[in-house]
Write a protein that binds this ligand. Structure first.
Ligand SMILES: [Ca+2]
Length: 254
């Protein structure tokens, strides 16, 4: 997906790091490792009621799955239409919402069984989603996050993500964790810790060691996918086509 030149990729990789000099950086510390499907081009990840829910991208390979954490085995799955490039998912009550890269049409599904319930519209691209208990939060590759009414999926407010005053582009997979928004920054090993009120990045989690452990050779196999188990207070991260999913230590309170 989103294939770009080597130089452009390098610049994108460096951009958020250049802005983070004064911000604290924590190294991701692995607690446990779990299996992850190397065919899963991860775009969305969440944890709910003891299971992982994962959505993937690429035309012809886009699906939404309920996955057993310990074994990595698929419990339930639905494939998107062959021409569709899937992106993020979010749970809301007994439903799951999904967005796609291009076209601006999201879907609602039953959380149980993935029965298609209907569609909704949004402008621009769809990248990832999470929710804070009040709103669904949508990323689209720009520095602007949209907060949506969870029932109407209409925009309630927007939030510009900045680090030391510099807007951060390529904000990708999201997870609302204990009062902050964690976000993968596409094509980097950095996870931003975003203040949901100001949009300010208050620190970074560096997952370079995890990426190195996975040893992905495909330049598209970047870190993406963050899921928080509220009940067990566990934080999970993975990457596109990575063979492993990691439980990492929760970031220090800031
Ligand atoms: Ca997530």
């Amino acid at each position: 997906m989103r294939r770009i030149g080597r130089l452009a990729a390098l610049l994108l990789t460096l951009a958020p790091f250049a802005a983070r000099a004064a911000l604290p950086v924590e190294q991701a510390e692995v607690v446990r490792t779990y299996p992850h499907d190397t065919h899963a081009f991860t775009e969305g990840l969440l944890f709910r009621d003891g299971y992982l829910y994962e959505s993937t991208g690429r035309e012809g390979q886009s699906f939404i799955r309920k996955v057993d954490l310990a074994t990595g085995r698929t419990v339930e799955s639905v494939s998107l239409a062959p021409g569709i490039f899937g992106e993020g998912i979010v749970d809301w009550k007994d439903q799951l919402y999904s967005v796609i890269w291009h076209g601006g049409i999201g879907s609602r599904w039953t959380l149980k069984g993935f029965r298609h319930l209907g569609t909704f519209r949004y402008s621009g691209e769809g990248w990832a989603m999470t929710q804070d208990g009040r709103n669904v939060i949508l990323s689209d590759g720009t520095p602007v996050l949209r907060f949506l009414d969870p029932r109407t999926l209409q925009v309630v407010r927007t939030l510009t993500v900045t680090a030391e005053g510099v807007p951060i582009r390529q904000v990708n997979e999201l997870e609302y964790v204990r009062g902050e928004i964690l976000a993968n920054i596409w094509m980097t090993n950095a996870i931003a810790r975003i203040d949901p009120t100001t949009g300010h990045v208050k620190g970074w989690i560096d997952v370079s060691a995890l990426a190195a452990k996975v040893g992905a050779t495909d330049p598209d196999s970047v870190p993406n996918g963050i899921a928080y188990d509220k009940v067990g207070n566990r934080l999970f991260v993975t990457g596109k086509n990575w063979p492993l999913l990691f439980q990492i230590r929760l970031p220090a309170a800031r």
